[in-house]
Design a binder for this molecule. Sequence first.
Ligand SMILES: *Cc1c(COP(=O)(O)O)cnc(C)c1O
Length: 385
Amino acid sequence: MTHPDLAPATIAVAAGRPDRQQGAPVNAPVVLSSTYVSTGTPGAEMLYARYNTESWLPLEEAVGALEAAGLPGLAFSSGMAAVEAALHLATPGTAIVAPRHAYLATLTAARERTAREGGVVREVDIADTDAVIAALAPDGGAPASLLWIESPTNPMLEVADVPALAAAARAAGALTVVDNTFATPLGQRPLTQGADVVVHSVTKYLAGHSDLLMGAAVTADPELRERLHARRTTGGAVPGPWEAWLALRGLRTLALRVERSQASALELARRLAGHPLVAAVSHPGLPSHPQHERAARLMDGFGSILTLRPRGGGTAADALTRAVHLWVPATSLGGVESSLERRRRLPAEAPTVPEDLLRLSVGIEDVEDLWADLDQALHIAAAAS
Ligand SMILES: *Cc1c(COP(=O)(O)O)cnc(C)c1O
């Protein structure tokens, strides 16, 4: 199905369906076969399920169309498998410029990679456009071959000027990769803003039900797609057929889930900003957010993640995670269920993330129930600190 003029909400439902023949199934079948009948010199047909298999294709078509790539995406066994493949696009011995508040495992993978190959990771405040541009081509430093963008970042919710940064990276001879997990293709489509590659943790919003791990990489450039595909084949980080099927089933409701959860996130952020037991709230949809104007200009919606710092410091934040009944205290995000986490409980979290910062992933429950649970937990947390 190629309908570039369809809205993303429609693409999520309509893409990746079997051809419309009389009696054809509405949903793609799951094919459970590791290998394919084959003689002689192989052509474009299926050969072996680590190279390519029918069970990935509907999801890959849908994710490619959602990101307006004009090419199918590539499914990976996890978000990190897709991230690793994209980091592999960096030239050995050069710099990778990345947000200091990028996804933790992404920074670890980039640091390990550059340490092995003699390159360097330059960590930047991705919201500070001038600083990022300076880091792409510093005086005397190693030139950058890869600009990594997350926007909004995890968990500080900094918003990057993706078009300006991608243009600067191109001028400096670097590829731009955007991890679009937080915003989803409904919030922004980085390939249309100059990025070369988009990666997703499909585990989060695209699949949306906290019941599987998967990743995806998407590009409009056939040569880059070939390199990512080769990396997937060699690295072997391929998803199982059931995961791909379940992820596509989850993706069908992406627009409904995201519309509900981001409306609730904005409402909760507004209410929390006026709560006497709350020291600070951050959400790109609040006018108090430093990049609120930029987010309003570049994004459709402000996402479903917000952060909260309760009065009473880290003790109160920890107490709050034990006092909630409805919100799930857990890592990860993007599920139908609302969840929260004090990020600094993880030893590897960046020291610039405040001790008392809670990251809230808003799900699709009734907003009044979510609010009531947070309010009672804030009172218990205040008493405990
Ligand atoms: C979760 C996440 C990842 C890693 O994805 P997995 O599916 O857990 O491997 C990468 N980037 C972001 C922004 C994430 O939230």
